[in-house]
Design a protein around this ligand. Structure first.
Ligand code: GLY
Length: 380
């Protein structure tokens, strides 16, 4: 790899920063551009669950190869990133419990369990007593749960900060508050990005702007990723660290609760097709607190610390869009929907490898933009 190989990355979330870090480590000249602050979009809003097993759903079998491969990368990725950044990223091997709160939910959960076990996933069935042994504050009478011992968590905000630090330490350039206003095109090839009246030349450009990826002015129609924002409202509560009411990642119907080492309890999330609506709503917060309380009644004593809204970058099939775009010089890394944090290591690896070697990562090949073009009916 020539030192002069230059890369422009649009979007400084965990995808853009991770890709930038890998490429800067390889000796490339990298610039990352973000319209806001690095790591403050979907990467900030997320919960940081690394739940390839517990979140596997019927219809998402193709995605499983990618999510499981990325999940396996997390321990090594954490070690390397913490060393490179000098920062702790709050990676906790806490496991994930998925609880039913009544008999109807139990039937549904059994179905999910049989499906996941049929795929060979790391899941175990627990009866109510066993579930409460893991999470003593679960509502009494909980009839059963799935235990996913290898589904852990990372503090996504610390992750974004650490990626930024590691990227900068590797020599990357970062332009925050600097919107890319267009692509520089030469003979149909992307040769850089424009920010206002400035052109930044690059051998390769990576579009990693989350749900904003389809709004880039001048993007050739061929490379337009079919992503949209899917709004999520979330909040955090402050637990007593000496006796946290949730010990590991906990799912219950319509809710997840993620306990951080510092005593925060992340509660999420609504799933709303409301575009970029920025509002926290009474109904959204009520739904979160009600569902959380049905699982863990003791939350009613906890102070609310923060409430926020985020936008999942969601593609037409809920899977990420990774790799070549069909336009020379332009690669895409967006559409991660609910899995942006889990997929951060493999997204960085896949895009960096494609740029450095011209070869796609095998696990990522089903996820190029091409699949949406193939889905279009033939003209005629
Ligand atoms: N991955 C959590 C969420 O999308 O709410």
């Amino acid at each position: 790899m020539a030192r002069s190989h230059s890369i422009a990355i649009i979007g400084a979330g965990v995808s853009g920063l991770g890709i930038g870090w890998r490429l800067a480590q390889a000796g490339c000249h990298v610039c990352v551009f973000d319209r806001g602050q690095a790591g403050r979009g979907a990467s900030w809003a997320a919960a940081g669950m690394l739940a390839a097993n517990a979140e596997a759903e019927p219809g998402e079998e193709a995605l499983l190869g990618l999510t499981l491969a990325s999940q396996k990368m997390w321990p090594g990725f954490t070690r390397e990133l913490e060393q490179a950044s000098g920062q702790d990223i709050g990676y906790l091997e806490s496991g994930t419990l998925v609880a039913a709160t009544n008999r109807d939910e139990l039937e549904q959960l059994r179905f999910t369990f049989e499906y996941q076990r049929g795929l060979g996933l790391a899941v175990e069935w627990l009866n109510g007593v066993e579930a409460r042994r893991r999470e003593p504050y679960l509502r009494s009478g909980i009839p059963g749960a799935i235990w996913a011992p290898t589904d852990h968590q990372v503090d996504n905000r610390k992750l974004a900060e650490a990626l930024k630090a590691a990227y900068l330490a590797a020599g990357g350039g970062l332009y925050e508050g600097c919107a890319v206003t267009g692509l520089d095109l030469t003979g149909g090839r992307v040769t850089g990005v424009q920010t206002g009246d400035k052109t930044h030349k690059a051998d390769s450009v990576v579009l990693a702007a989350g749900s904003w990826s389809r709004d880039l002015p001048g993007l050739p129609p061929l490379a337009l990723p079919p992503v949209r924002p899917v709004k999520g409202q979330m909040l955090s509560l402050r637990m007593n660290q000496a006796d946290p009411v949730v010990k590991g990642v906990l799912w219950a119907p319509k809710i997840y609760l993620v306990p951080r080492a510092d005593g925060r309890l992340i509660v999420g999330a609504t799933v709303e097709e409301k575009g970029y609506d920025p509002h926290l709503t009474a109904g959204g917060v009520l739904a979160l607190l009600d569902a959380a309380w049905r699982a863990i009644p003791a939350i009613e004593e906890l102070p609310i610390e923060e409430m926020w809204v985020g936008y999942r970058p969601t593609s037409r099939d809920d899977a990420p869009i990774l790799g070549t775009s069909g336009v020379d010089g332009l690669l895409v890394a967006t559409g991660h929907h609910r899995n942006g944090i889990l997929l951060a290591p493999i997204t960085a690896e896949a895009i960096a490898r494609e740029i450095l070697t011209g070869q796609p990562l095998p696990e990522a090949t089903p996820f190029t933009l091409e699949r949406f073009r193939q889905a279009l009916p033939a003209a005629g």
